[in-house]
Design a protein around this ligand. Structure first.
Ligand SMILES: Nc1ncnc2c1ncn2[C@@H]1O[C@H](COP(=O)(O)OP(=O)(O)O)[C@@H](O)[C@H]1O
Ligand SMILES: [Mg+2]
Length: 230
């Protein structure tokens, strides 16, 4: 069964994709996680910690896949800020160090599920690129609700995106997740080295935490509260 073997109508296509993902790859990841957990009990002590980290990562992957399939029951009451922090924590295992981060607490007041998902996926992809390509020594993540925008900046001190780099789906998805919300995404290589992902979408709070048309509605948005790692 192919996960792209879907019908033509948009809703039907999503439902089929979600079902096929659930019945196919998700079950495979689940089976891997169960085998890892079983292995943890038999492994020599020096491997236990790493195996526990790996099975936690699998658990996170399963949760992410279920969320991507529209299953909101897996949220465990996690707020938008929690979800961003979770994404950073997962990446820190692969990076081998903790990114510094500063997340505006007003992000919890963004009630539009689609926008929150796009921000969380943008954080994940930016960090995954750093893990895979940058060879960075430090990473800074900043998420601010400033003026009439949600602004995400992910900065690393790694190799920088070479102009000759193949543009894969990741960078294209980052850009389209911004553009479909009326925003933008730019990739810069600021001196002396590294990459800056500058991802932003227009946002003005209404009383309900949903978006008003740009330039209208209350702009009394972010009473900033920041969090810093370590
Ligand atoms: N933070 C980064 N540091 C260095 N190179 C990067 C970074 N982000 C992206 N790249 C480069 O841009 C390319 C395209 O990225 P992407 O579209 O996400 O595809 P993929 O990650 O699957 O290769 C990568 O292959 C890599 O060469
Ligand atoms: Mg990528």
């Amino acid at each position: 069964m192919s996960i792209i073997d879907v019908g033509t109508d948009g809703v039907e296509r999503f439902a089929t994709l979600a079902r096929n993902l659930h019945d196919g790859p998700l079950q495979d990841v689940l089976a891997t996680m169960l085998r890892l957990e079983a292995l943890t009990h038999r492994a020599p002590p020096e491997l236990t910690e790493e195996l526990v980290k790996l099975s936690n990562l699998q658990r996170q992957i399963i949760r992410g896949m279920r969320e991507a399939c529209g299953d909101t029951s897996v949220r465990d009451g996690r707020s938008p800020v929690d979800r961003v922090v979770d994404a950073i924590t997962v990446a820190s295992h692969s990076l081998g160090f903790s990114p510094r981060y500063n997340i505006d607490s007003a992000f919890d007041r963004v009630a539009d599920e689609g926008v929150v998902n796009d921000v969380v996926f943008a954080v994940r992809e930016s960090l995954s690129n750093i893990v895979r390509h940058a060879n960075a020594g430090w990473v800074d993540v900043s998420l601010e609700l400033a003026g009439d925008e949600i602004q995400l900046r992910v900065r690393d001190d790694g190799s920088g995106i070479s102009p000759a780099a193949r543009r894969g789906n990741g960078l294209a998805n980052l850009r389209s997740r911004a553009e479909r919300n009326g925003g933008s995404c730019n990739f810069a290589t600021p001196p002396p080295n590294g990459t800056l992902v500058d991802w932003r979408v227009p946002w003005v709070f209404t009383g309900s935490g949903t978006r008003s048309d740009r330039g209208r509605g209350s702009s009394a948005n972010s009473r900033r509260a920041s969090m810093a790692s370590r």
